[in-house]
Design a protein around this ligand. Structure first.
Ligand SMILES: Nc1ncnc2c1ncn2[C@@H]1O[C@H](COP(=O)(O)OP(=O)(O)OP(=O)(O)O)[C@@H](O)[C@H]1O
Ligand SMILES: [Mg+2]
Length: 254
């Protein structure tokens, strides 16, 4: 069964078709990539999936359920988490606190416990902080727990965002250009984090300009160009497709 089933998704901004009748399916527990030139509609696609934008046409099914009209908080509560192209961490909070912020939509917190500060609640808080540290360790930032996010280099903040998404135990994780602006060492760490996340059974969809990283990680690739789905297939098939070479790889190589 498809984790994500997108049917004729469209999004118009004035005269611009950011997305024009895009249909695609992402298999459950797969690692899927969306590529395409600048302005192709990739981020708009994520924004429509996650309730940040309201599509002007078409539908989005997650696990068979229609989520097209849900807002961002409701989409998150269903187990879809994302990172942003322009990292959005809380600069004045520590790395650990940033990760903890990702847990707040999880259903486990007891409202009464929060109000009255019961021992069970305090234990819950402590366990959550320990879990935050485990996710920091997962993304290779165990030694950065107490560092203010604003003091971390850009590439490190990108991994911090991934930890913040993962503490919510998402069923699907959407990564918007996770490797953009990260160093080559960080890129390898990031690839490992993405691979291990998918191996844990999380459906991962990544937007990425780093074609080598996509070829290395993704089982399926969709190519967007000017809001349209140009090609979809295996990394090898997509890379060899003349339309892709023209629309994306060709232009970038010039
Ligand atoms: N909020 C908005 N208002 C108006 N136009 C928008 C808005 N968001 C996106 N667009 C337009 O939609 C098109 C697709 O933009 P989008 O950001 O989705 O592309 P992208 O593939 O993510 O590009 P990049 O690789 O540069 O991140 C562009 O023409 C863009 O200008
Ligand atoms: Mg984008």
């Amino acid at each position: 069964m498809a984790a994500l089933s997108v049917r004729e998704l469209s999004l118009r901004f004035g005269g611009v078709d950011a997305l024009a009748q895009v249909s695609l399916e992402v298999p459950d527990r797969s690692l899927f990539a969306v590529i395409g030139p600048n302005g192709a509609g990739k981020t708009s696609f994520f924004n429509c999936l996650t309730g940040y934008y309201r599509p002007t046409g078409g539908s989005v099914l997650f696990d068979g359920r229609d989520i097209t009209r849900l807002g961002a908080a409701d989409v998150a509560a269903l187990g879809i988490r994302r990172t942003f192209q322009n990292v959005r961490v809380f600069p004045k909070l520590s790395a650990r606190e940033n990760v903890l912020a990702g847990a707040h939509l999880r259903a486990s917190a007891s409202v009464l416990g929060t109000l009255f500060g019961t021992p069970a609640h305090r234990r819950g808080e402590r366990e959550l902080a320990e879990e935050a540290d485990r996710w920091l360790d997962f993304v290779g930032l165990a030694d950065k727990a107490a560092v203010l996010a604003g003091d971390l280099p850009y590439g490190v903040r990108k991994r911090l965002e991934v930890a913040r998404a993962l503490i919510a135990h998402p069923a699907m994780l959407l990564l918007d250009e996770p490797a953009a602006g990260v160093s080559s060492v960080e890129r390898e760490e990031l690839a490992s984090v993405i691979r291990r996340t998918a191996a844990d059974g999380v459906t991962v969809v990544m937007i990425e300009h780093d074609v080598e990283l996509v070829m290395q990680l993704a089982a399926g690739v969709a190519v967007l160009d000017r809001g349209r789905l140009l090609v979809q297939g295996s990394p090898e098939a997509v890379r060899a497709d003349p339309r892709v070479v023209e629309a994306y790889l060709g232009r970038r190589q010039r």
